[in-house]
Design a protein around this ligand. Structure first.
Ligand code: PRF
Ligand code: ZN
Length: 378
């Protein structure tokens, strides 16, 4: 893996990461395909067309449905999905905490019930690394605990210490797996995850600790879980400078276009979020003038595309009126077109961000983009 900062504009970074599955130009928005498919009937052919650089899948979901062993036997997730560009897999930690039923967190890992049929599962750092190794993703995420936003400082401190011990175990297991002859991707990368809620000191201390562990990249987790936007930006302000300059920084599960514009300004490279796809399935579409709800009656005879000048498959061929009709008729095509437009909007915004940083006009770009979308950032 080679990661190179091409240029900086203030704290905003324009960088390039080379992996065994090709190059990633950052800042980048990864398109979320939890079970190895973007919800809304979006294919990997579609992803290529809308400019997706990295696809993101979830360890936990692929483990409980279909199973990572079967995917390994098939030749790995890349071959399974027919996607030859980078894939990042989330470790399962966050999904276990947000989805699974009754769970017990122990030093060795987490005992919980499957959200599909309730059967008992155990997942710890080694299990998560083995599953991600079977999937053969480009980037594996460390197994962490994302403490609830209402947790006490004392709980957060103990949780973060355990996440650090888990990270050491992830690293050891990943090195072992990458040295085995029948591993799908023997150059699988490992990103560590910073936690600490909104407690400044814990965040900074944890960032300095994991920085010493020499990982391929660093994520900031545990944000966008109920705190205010200002708290999130403040935590980024104090945490990102404690992480290495020469490694990629990933803000997990964030966010709105406004959140991304602000986080880029604080040195973040990688993003992912379900908003564009989830909003698309509900007929909420992003434009440079803010979000539209295509269910609104005012679009029933609107012959314009979702956004004038947009090059996405929806805007190239269809009117707001027709897409509104599809959504009202509950036709899958309606959700699909809105999802394609929204992902294209995010991917295009990231391209604009990269160009603006390269041309040292990021502050102006950000201000203009935010002013245009004002008041409708979600
Ligand atoms: N940890 C992991 N995945 C995540 C998060 C986290 O804290 C978040 C928090 N926004 C999203 N996805 N492993
Ligand atoms: Zn469009």
């Amino acid at each position: 893996m080679k990661y190179q900062v091409i240029t900086k504009d203030g704290r905003a970074k324009r960088a390039r990461m080379e992996t065994v599955h090709g190059t990633v130009e950052t800042p980048v928005f990864m398109n979320v395909g939890t079970v190895g498919a973007i919800k809304g009937a979006v294919s990997t052919d579609d992803l290529r067309e809308i400019g997706t650089q990295v696809e993101l899948s979830n360890t936990y979901h692929l483990h409980v449905r279909t199973g990572d062993k079967l995917i390994k036997e098939f030749g790995g997730l890349h071959r399974f999905m027919n996607w030859d560009r980078p894939i990042l897999t989330d470790s399962g930690g966050f999904q276990v905490f947000s989805l699974a039923g009754l769970r017990k967190i122990k030093e060795e890992g987490v005992y919980f019930n499957s959200h599909i049929d309730g059967h008992k599962i155990f997942m710890g750092p080694e299990e998560s690394m083995r599953i991600q190794s079977n999937l053969g993703s480009t980037i594996a995420m460390a197994f962490d605990e994302c403490p609830p936003s209402h947790a006490s400082d004392d709980y957060i401190r103990h949780s973060v210490e355990r996440t650090t011990r888990w990270l050491a175990r992830c690293k050891t297991e990943m090195e072992r797996l990458n040295s085995l002859p029948d591993t799908v991707n023997r150059e699988q990368l490992l990103f560590g995850i910073n936690q600490g809620g909104v407690v400044e000191e814990i965040r900074m201390e944890h960032a300095r600790t994991i920085r010493e562990m020499d990982l391929d990249g660093y994520a900031v987790g545990g944000l966008a879980v109920g705190e205010s936007h200002e708290e999130m930006y403040h935590i980024l302000d104090v945490t990102v400078p404690c992480l290495p300059e020469d490694k990629p920084v990933y803000l997990m599960g964030v966010g709105t276009p406004a959140n991304i514009l602000e986080a880029v300004d604080r040195g973040v490279d990688f993003f992912d979020c379900v908003y564009p796809s989830r909003n698309g399935r509900h007929g909420h579409v992003y434009t440079n003038q803010g979000k539209l709800n295509l269910f609104n009656q005012k679009y029933e005879l609107d012959s314009r595309p979702i956004e004038e000048g947009c090059g996405c498959p929806a805007c190239r061929s269809y009117s707001r009126a027709y897409i509104r009709h599809l959504l009202k008729a509950k036709e899958m095509l309606g959700m699909r077109l809105c999802t394609l437009h929204n992902l294209y909007f995010y991917n295009t915004m990231m391209k604009e961000i990269r160009d603006a940083i390269e041309e040292h006009r990021y502050a102006e770009y950000k201000a203009a983009k935010l002013a245009g979308m004002e008041g409708s950032s979600r």
